[in-house]
Design a protein around this ligand. Sequence first.
Ligand SMILES: Nc1ncnc2c1ncn2[C@@H]1O[C@H](COP(=O)(O)OP(=O)(O)OP(=O)(O)O)[C@@H](O)[C@H]1O
Ligand SMILES: Cc1ncc(CO)c(N)n1
Length: 274
Amino acid sequence: MHIVTTIAGSDSGGGAGIQADLKTFQELGVFGTSVITALTAQNTMGVSGVFPIDHSFVEKQFQALIEDFSIAAIKTGMLYSSDIIKAIAHMIHNQNIPLIVDPVMIAKGGESLLLQEAIEAMRSSLLPLATIVTPNIPEAEALTGRKIHDVSDIREVAQGFFQLGVHCVILKGGHLADPNFAIDYVFFQNGKSFSMQTPRIQTSNTHGTGCTFSAAITAFLGQGFAMDKAIIEAKKFIQLAILHDLSIGHGYGPTNHFAYQLHKDSCEVLIYET
Ligand SMILES: Nc1ncnc2c1ncn2[C@@H]1O[C@H](COP(=O)(O)OP(=O)(O)OP(=O)(O)O)[C@@H](O)[C@H]1O
Ligand SMILES: Cc1ncc(CO)c(N)n1
């Protein structure tokens, strides 16, 4: 049994954060463990409160895991403060475990999940340890200080992440205004790159898409998939989770974590060399 870990915030509404990650791990046949960085009072309509966990207790949770388990891959999500980020970086820097950083900053409803003061710690302490980083466009802009106007700017931004020491950058194009396709751009430090394209689904049920996508990458990597295969299969997982959405809540509803196991043969991801 492969064991993986999510270090993230709790979403009481169950569609994002720790809850989305553990559901995704379970669906993909890996044993999920967790380190909770913050509690959020949250539903599909928004975040009504954030209660950060003291960084010493974040450390204590991780310590409990590494004393007992052999962890195959780690992902991070909502990390909230520089104290928490630095504590995590300190704990994992000598562990030699693949690390997927989803640099969560803002919830779909606009609430902040990362303090402004924490951006520098993300850049200087955590990203140098990252195997893969999965920013959306605004996150990539905030972390590299470069603006993305169109696809040609994306390669430059990936370089910005490589300079920090990241091995693979997945720029999620969900926020680029292509009405027909959801395109993500994948860049490796060795120069290899490709884009992944699926039909864009017209829905407001996109709560937790980023968490679910990065959790699926973590689950596949933890099982020993090669990096490109893990990324492409995770794109399939999130496409199906958005397509077969569940009617839950009154706002931005969750995705359907059951869908991949039911429909995985029906989804095609188009891959283009870039
Ligand atoms: N409407 C959509 N149809 C198809 N795929 C989508 C759609 N919206 C997002 N995706 C895909 O979902 C994945 C997550 O991307 P997204 O841009 O939503 O992440 P995010 O903004 O970080 O999410 P979150 O708000 O959960 O942090 C990407 O693979 C993206 O292409
Ligand atoms: C706890 C948490 N993590 C991440 C996101 C981003 O989707 C969210 N809304 N809540």
